[in-house]
Design a protein around this ligand. Sequence first.
Ligand code: KIV
Length: 273
Amino acid sequence: MSIHKKQDVKKITTHQLQEMKNRGEKIAMLTAYDYSMAKIIDGAAIDVILVGDSASNVMAGNETTLPITLDQMIYHATSVVKAVTRALVVVDIPFGYYQGSSGEALRSSIRIMKESGAHAVKLEGGEEVKDSVKRILSAGVPVMGHLGLTPQSIFKFGTYSVRAKEEEEAQKLIEDALLLQECGCFGIVLEKIPAVLAKKVSSMLSIPVIGIGAGPDVDGQVLVMQDMLGITQEFKPRFLRRYADLNAIVSDAVQHYVSDVKAKDFPNQEEKY
Ligand code: KIV
C-alpha cells in the first residue's frame, strides 16, 4: 500500500481549471466548512472546494449569509485547508468585509490567504466591486466572481427566486460577467438564472463559469454539500439533486444507539478495557 504524501498529489490550480474549460471537461465544485467533510470530498476527487458563506446557514443556523464574520470564515477555511491535498480551496469574503472600499477588500483577502492557507477568494457582484477585484488581484490573490442570485443582497432582492429573467437584468449580468473577466477573475459562479442565459455567458467568456441552478450548459457545477447529501431537509429547490439521504441515515443510527444504551446492550463485553 502506498501512502500519499501531500506533495505527491497533483493539485488543482486555477490554470488547470482553465485547461479543463478549454478541453470541455466539466468542473465539479462543492462547499465544505470543516476538516472531516473536506477530507472525504477531497479524497473523492472534487476539483474545487468552496468554503462558502452558506456556512452561516448550514453550520450556524442563521436565516441568511449576512451574519457570518471574517474570523468565522477564516476558522472554517483553516479547518478545510488542513484536510485538502488536491482540490483548489476558494473562500467567500463575507458580507461587510469588502463593500466598504477596495482597501478593505484587499485586507480581508490577505487575512483569508495568510491565516487559512486557502488558494483563492470569491466575492459577490459586478461593476460595483470592480475596484476591489482589481486591488485583490494586484496583490496576487486569485478572485472568483459571483453573479445572478447573490445571497448577500437578499434584502435588496426580497426573495431567493430566479434572477435575470427580464432582458434588462440579463443584459447587466452579461456586462458584469465580461467586466469580471476583463478585471482578471479566474472564474465566475452564476447562481439561479435561466439556463439559456447561463449558456450564453459561458460561451461568451473564456474563463470557467460554474453554475448553481443555472442549467447544464456551463463549465461546471457547484452545490452546497449539506443539500446534496440530504442533511438539510427543508431546502428543496428544483435545481437540487440529492445524492444521499444522510438525514435519515444519521437519525436511524442515533435512534439505534439510544436504544442500545437504554437496553444496556452497549457497550458489550468486547467493547471495554
Ligand atoms: O456560499 C455558498 O455556498 C455559495 C454557493 C451557493 C455558490 O456561494
